[in-house]
Write a protein of this length. Structure first.
Length: 307
């Protein structure tokens, strides 16, 4: 099939031969997906196959619409396999905790595992926060003697950083800020800490803190082409009333975000606020619609997708 635009396919990029039961048709995975058929700009060919991150949008890309019971069965089988794997892995983590309940390491590993489930479309950040809190509690137990000190195989600042990250995902920004600041204090060279604190501060409207963290990222030679850094700059520009500059950055981020998996819903929420400040109410309605459309778990999301 070929036509005016490239066609997104459900298929994740895997080597040939094609097998539906090898995970390539898992709709919950976030890897690169096949794009087929070519387009008016780069040439038309039914044999053309390219790929891109699954959340990337381009004006020259459409969708290949197909109905197949085989693919549906592959989805169901893959989901069942993933759920069984999750149950088995969780039991293993809980067994490790039961075997050494006073050690921080198994609690830390369980907490980071829970955080990582997001890549499979499963959000368990509340439980992740609780597990990481247990790990932090066990790092410096107040009544233990020096020979009883628990062991930890990772730097202590990772515990605070990951708990801050979980709180950030729960939109508990006030709770996340002290933890990420503690992580930075423990390791002032960790760019991930400055990145996360800049993101949190930008959502809390703490523009002075945002500028300090961006300056630290620059001094540590961190790339300012990273989408999260660009998004922080968008918030900063909007917060300081530079709405047109913010709008230009947001448009570029939506259009050019190719090399890293990135969530688009909050971009539309931010662009709606910027467009409202610029008086473009038609664009505001469009952005609010897209925010609801692509927000996971939004009460109107499934209805709008069906519409």
């Amino acid at each position: 099939m070929c036509g005016n635009v490239d066609e997104w396919c459900n298929t994740a990029m895997r080597p040939y031969p094609y097998h539906t039961n090898d995970g390539r048709e898992n709709v919950r995975s976030m890897g690169r997906r096949a794009i087929r058929g070519g387009d008016f700009y780069s040439g038309l060919s039914s044999a053309m196959r390219r790929n891109a991150p699954s959340d990337l949008w381009e004006p020259m890309w459409g969708f290949r619409v197909a109905l197949s019971g085989e693919i549906t069965q592959a989805h169901q089988a893959q989901t069942a396999t993933m759920n069984k794997s999750m149950v088995r892995e969780e039991a293993e983590y809980r067994a490790a905790i039961a075997a050494a309940p006073h050690e921080p390491q198994p609690w830390y590993e369980f907490g980071t595992w829970l955080e990582g489930l997001e890549k499979d479309g499963v959000q368990r950040f509340v439980e992740a926060t609780a597990a990481l809190s247990q790990a932090i509690k066990r790092v410096n137990p107040p009544k233990w003697q020096f020979w009883q000190r628990p062991t930890l195989k990772v730097p202590i600042h990772w515990l605070f950083y990951n708990r801050a990250k979980a709180a950030f995902e729960l939109q508990q920004y006030e709770q996340a800020l002290p933890d990420v600041s503690q992580a930075i204090q423990l390791d002032p060279t960790d760019v991930d800490g400055y990145m996360l604190r800049a993101r949190i501060a930008s959502l809390l409207g703490q523009w002075a803190q945002v500028k300090k963290d961006l300056a630290m990222l620059r001094s540590l030679n961190h790339s300012f082409d990273h989408p999260h850094v660009i998004l922080v700059q968008c918030h900063l520009l909007a917060g300081e009333g530079q709405y047109q500059a913010a709008l230009n950055l947001i448009k570029g981020l939506i259009r050019e975000c190719r090399w890293v998996t990135f969530r688009h819903p909050k971009l539309y929420q931010l662009r709606a606020r910027v467009n409202a400040a610029l008086g473009d109410h038609v664009a505001v309605q469009s952005d609010e619609y897209h925010f609801k459309l692509w927000s996971q778990g939004h009460e109107r999301a499934e209805i709008k997708r069906q519409e």
